[in-house]
Design a protein around this ligand. Sequence first.
Ligand code: NAD
Ligand code: LMR
Length: 329
Amino acid sequence: MSTTITITGAGGQIGYALLFRIAAGDLLGPDEKVRLRLLEIPQGLKSAEGAALELQDGAFGLLEDVEVTDSAAVAFDRCDLALLVGARPRGPGMERGDLLAANAGIFGPQGAAIAENASPGVRVTVVGNPANTNALIAAASADGVPAERFTALTRLDENRARAQLALALEAPVAAVRRVPIWGNHSATQFPDVSHATVDGRPAAAALAERVGDVTAWLETTFIPRVAKRGAEIIDVRGSSSVASAANATIDHVRDWVRGTDDWTSAGVVSHGEYGVPEGLICSFPVRSVDGEWRIVEDLEPDDWARERIAASVAELVDEREAVRSLGLL
Ligand code: NAD
Ligand code: LMR
């Protein structure tokens, strides 16, 4: 048995950072063989073919097969895991939503090709921006595939939030848990520290000791730092995040397939949880149980948190309207 994994945009930057880690077993563990399907547009084929040659040269024991193609039907044929990375990245001064017109058109046809060709239990992770709304478009075009199988990557935001909180607490990042992201993978997202733990114990008192007025610190330092980290990376390195995005993609898919022992974050379809309109792909605190994401329910965000969640959800609603007006939904 082996798992067939399709990576779109495999000739791009994140694709290059993902492929070798998947082949090395970081995604599914040291015992699971993988077959890779690399989808590119014609201009990107050479780059993906070069990566395929290097995959051969890695002599990875888990790698059964690599196929490079510009046909979505071939790429998604019997695929178990689809990583939809292929899309234009933003440049300096842009918001991720500015990519809607350029990228949204990619995801309808890919959703349809997944429905026609993939394995019945396919799991789809959208990385290409704006990730939540692209996932919504793909899900809407995938007749017969439950919307729960379409997710958007917000794990990078969570990893950033945990890392910034760990710095503030002067704690090891591995000890810091339960820092979920709510809403959109955009500057409106709400990284929520109200349930954060350090070594399993509530972090609130230690945080107040370090930063003083926690609300002021969240508003002026922590939330902007996390929510605008993508732009900071673009400013500093000249192009958008790559290895950290690939790393978060691996975290997301691994946890989806293998389960979690605590909360994490993922953009998943809303059934109305926390008042989020049904059908939106929104980031929530989630657990992965029996191969499915389950939204953590019964939390009670205070008014301040509710306002922030609502602002990000309003942006998702606006994005959905924008793609409707482009005729893509
Ligand atoms: P890149 O430009 O290096 O690579 C994108 C690749 O996609 C290119 O090789 C291009 O040829 C290919 N492509 C374009 N249209 C395609 C299509 N229809 N089918 C298949 N392939 C196609 O960009 P990158 O740095 O790899 O970033 C990819 C996307 O991921 C961007 O939209 C970026 O904004 C997004 N991103 C998301 C997150 C996140 O956390 N959700 C993090 C980082 C980057
Ligand atoms: C990120 O969060 O780093 C990516 O979504 C890229 C971007 O445009 O910010």
